[in-house]
Design a protein around this ligand. Structure first.
Ligand SMILES: [Zn+2]
Length: 392
């Protein structure tokens, strides 16, 4: 058995990873690692469903975590931060059951876990949420408190979820655990690139701070882990630049099917609504008649930014089989007007060129400088189990 460190570099596509490889620590890692490029992500290609798939080796249909948040109303909805939001076995549960010690630092959907010995869960920034209190409640509170005190110089950034400061805190906590607790399995989620890419779009000049931060984190974590720990790096989805945000729920409001007071949305008598997931959206038809659904479908098809309807298979694998229909935005467009400030987003179907991701492993049994193409993020959980020599 080898101890294992998994690092998720959120939103770095296979193409953008090439650019990250021009930075020294990533370059050195790739030289020592066996890399899989052009790896298929999972649909719905948003952070929480994909990380649940990475952690379980299953599609959203099976693990049940089908969106980052509750479906409606999107911008106020609760994020799926709890371990209990995932159905079925995760890699950290399998490791814990095999008697191994587990640490997770900002790994999605670990809140409230009884399996993770050292848990600092990810709590996305939400209005009216006291982030430090939420960390204490959902994580291992004594550990969270200790880390907040020990790495207090980053705390101002943590409270406001500002990047790349937040990743500095995450990296400091993970390095601390790797050095002092030596967990058998450590899982770390770094979001500087995702956050700054949403904010600035794909301009590499503006993203320098993000690339530098990820590379620095990789260097620190590798050093803290030492040479005996196998390191697996990966990403969850790509991102595409966006110039226009569309709000399909406004169409329902105009027809009296949804209501809005200030920023608050309310369902109408039929209960219908659009679940907006940036690169794609789904129509929950409630008690609408078939002809009304057909009318709305036609409206969608004629709207600006519409790319295509999702296939029944795409909807089913995404766990959205109970929706009336789903559809994807063209590149440059996204669904969900509450994200108007976003210059870039994800949630698109997997056939969009340039949307692939990557993973790579450095450690015993993996050939240095090896480069392969293909594979899927569903490979990660069984691969991690193999490295840890636990049943899967
Ligand atoms: Zn993500």
């Amino acid at each position: 058995m080898s101890r294992l460190l998994i690092i998720s570099l959120d939103a770095v596509s296979s193409d953008e990873f090439d650019h990250l490889c021009t930075y020294p620590n990533t370059k050195a890692f790739v030289k020592d690692a066996s890399m899989n490029l052009s790896v298929q992500s999972v649909f719905l290609s948003n952070t929480y469903p994909v990380h649940a798939s990475i952690s379980t080796g299953k599609m959203p249909r099976e693990h049940g975590l089908t969106s980052n948040t509750e479906a409606f109303p999107h911008h106020l909805a609760k994020w799926k931060i709890k371990e209990s939001d995932i159905k079925g076995k995760t890699i950290w549960q399998a490791a814990a059951r095999a008697g191994l010690s587990v640490a997770t630092v900002f790994w999605p959907s670990t809140g409230g876990s009884k399996h993770i010995r050292y848990n600092i869960p990810e709590i996305p920034f939400m209005r009216n949420t006291n982030l430090p209190l939420a960390y204490l409640k959902e994580g291992h509170s004594a550990l969270v408190l200790r880390m907040m005190i020990r790495h207090s110089r980053h705390l101002a950034k943590v409270v406001k979820a500002l990047q790349p400061g937040l990743d500095s805190f995450i990296t400091a906590c993970a390095a601390d655990l790797l050095e002092h607790k030596k967990p058998d399995l450590t899982m770390v989620h770094l979001t500087a690139y995702d956050t700054l890419r949403h904010k600035y779009g794909g301009d590499k000049q503006k993203l320098k701070a993000a690339y530098r931060s990820l590379d620095r984190s990789l260097g620190i974590l590798r050093k803290a882990a030492g040479e005996d720990v196998t390191i697996l790096i990966l990403s969850d989805h790509g991102q595409f630049d966006v110039h226009t945000a569309i709000s399909p729920n406004e169409w329902l409001r105009e027809r009296g099917l949804l209501h809005k007071k200030g920023r608050e949305w309310k369902k109408g008598a039929s209960g219908c609504f659009f679940e907006c997931c940036a690169g794609s959206a789904f129509f929950h038809s409630g008690s609408l008649r078939l002809n009304q659904v057909a009318e709305i479908k036609e409206l969608v098809e004629q709207s600006e930014g519409f790319a295509r309807f999702l296939t029944p298979e795409e909807r089913t694998l995404a766990g959205k089989q109970n929706t009336a229909f789903g559809f994807a935005a063209k590149k440059g467009y996204m669904y969900g007007a509450e994200k108007k400030g976003d210059c870039s987003n994800h949630g698109y179907p997997l056939d969009y060129p340039g949307y692939e991701v990557f993973y790579g492993v450095k450690g015993e049994g993996f050939l240095p400088e090896e480069k392969r193409c293909g594979g899927s993020l569903l490979d990660i959980a069984p691969l991690a189990a193999k490295i840890l020599k636990i049943d899967w």
